[in-house]
Structure formats: C-alpha cells, structure tokens
Ligand binder design. Structure first.
Ligand code: GLN
Length: 192
C-alpha cells in the first residue's frame, strides 16, 4: 500500500510523518504521473486558492479528478475545499469530486482558529482533539454523503462519500493517529 500526499503547498510534510508513524509507505506527489502507482491520496490544508492555481499549472486538475473517482482521497481543510462540488466561487479551481457545498470562510476573522473535542462517527477511543485553522464548514450535503462529525452548533466538519473523506480540521497537527489509520483502512478495503 502506497499513499501520496499532494505536495504543492501547505501541511504535506506533517501528513507524511503521520503515515510513516503508522508504518505506511508515504510519498510526496506533485506531478500527474506520480499519481499512477498510488493507492490513496491526501490533499493537505494550506491555502486552497494557491493549491488550485498550482494544480492548474502542473496539469493536475483532470488527473486528480480521475484519481478521486475511484481511489481513496482525503482532503483536510483547504483539501476539503478543493474536493467540494460547490464553494460559491466560480473562478477558483476545485476538483468537484464530493457532493458537498463548502463555505471557505465559515468562522470569520475573530475566531478563525480554535481547537475543540469532536465526536466522530465510527471512530473508537473517544473524542478527537480537532485543530481548526481558518477552517471551512460543510453547509450542504447530497444523498450519498455521510456526515461524520458536527460542531456543538450543528455545523458539519467531517464527511465521507464512499472512498472520499473530508475534514475541516487538521488531524496531522495532533498526535492522534486514528483518522490517518481510518483512511488507511479505506485504502485497504479498496485493495482487498
Ligand atoms: N482558509 C483556507 C483556504 O481557503 C484553508 C485554511 C487551511 O487549510 N488551514 O484555503
């Protein structure tokens, strides 16, 4: 099993370290051909406008769309924005792989970063300490999307649609390997 982390911009090194701590082969992916032998891909947090621009100039948009159609792909924060079908901004390049609507600037300026403990559906071992940095939220989901976690006010911050996973927060900035381990389980299921 080999998992790539899209390494255009943002917190890709942290994801690689988490995967390696789980004993999984993890590599940086920047070019279309580097997707060919990957079994799964993580799109990290960072700045979704920059990730979108770089993905466009590296010729990655279509290859990433094709990849996400069949292979496990997990977007965190900016990666969640990049995976969404609708972000309400026509000019910004996104993959449109998941049937979710995402509000990029959901928390405004004052509380644009915070940490909280989340209950995540299907994740054993208690709440997950979630780090939100200028985070998005999911404002609407279509039928095949499962909601995995909400904030206390009901806003959706983690979703799964088949082999696709998206979280509004940054699990790679904690010591908790459970979400990375769950993603590896999704990858294993598709290989079985
Ligand atoms: N607000 C950022 C964006 O629009 C996402 C922030 C993050 O990934 N931590 O892309």
């Amino acid at each position: 099993m080999k998992i790539g982390v899209l390494a255009l911009q943002g917190a890709f090194i942290e994801h690689i370290k988490m995967l390696r701590r789980l004993g999984v082969e993890a590599v940086e992916a920047r070019l279309p051909h580097q997707l060919d032998d990957l079994d799964g891909l993580i799109i990290p947090g960072g700045e979704s406008t920059t990730i979108g621009k770089l993905a466009t100039s590296y010729g990655l948009i279509e290859p990433l769309r094709r990849f996400a159609e069949t292979k496990p792909t997990w977007g965190t924060c900016a990666g969640m924005i990049f995976l969404a079908k609708d972000i309400g901004i026509d000019e910004q390049p996104i993959l449109g792989a998941m049937d979710i609507t995402v509000d990029r600037n959901a928390f405004g300026r004052q509380i644009d970063s915070f940490e909280t403990d989340l209950q995540i559906a299907g994740l054993a071992g208690g709440p997950f300490h979630a780090v939100f940095i200028r985070a998005p939220v999911v404002t609407a989901v279509e039928a095949p999307v499962d909601v995995l976690a909400r904030l206390d006010d009901g806003r959706i911050v983690a979703v799964r649609q088949g082999q696709l996973l998206a979280t509004a927060f940054h699990p790679e900035l904690t010591d908790d390997l459970r979400l990375h381990s769950s993603f590896c389980d999704i990858v294993k299921e598709t290989l079985a």
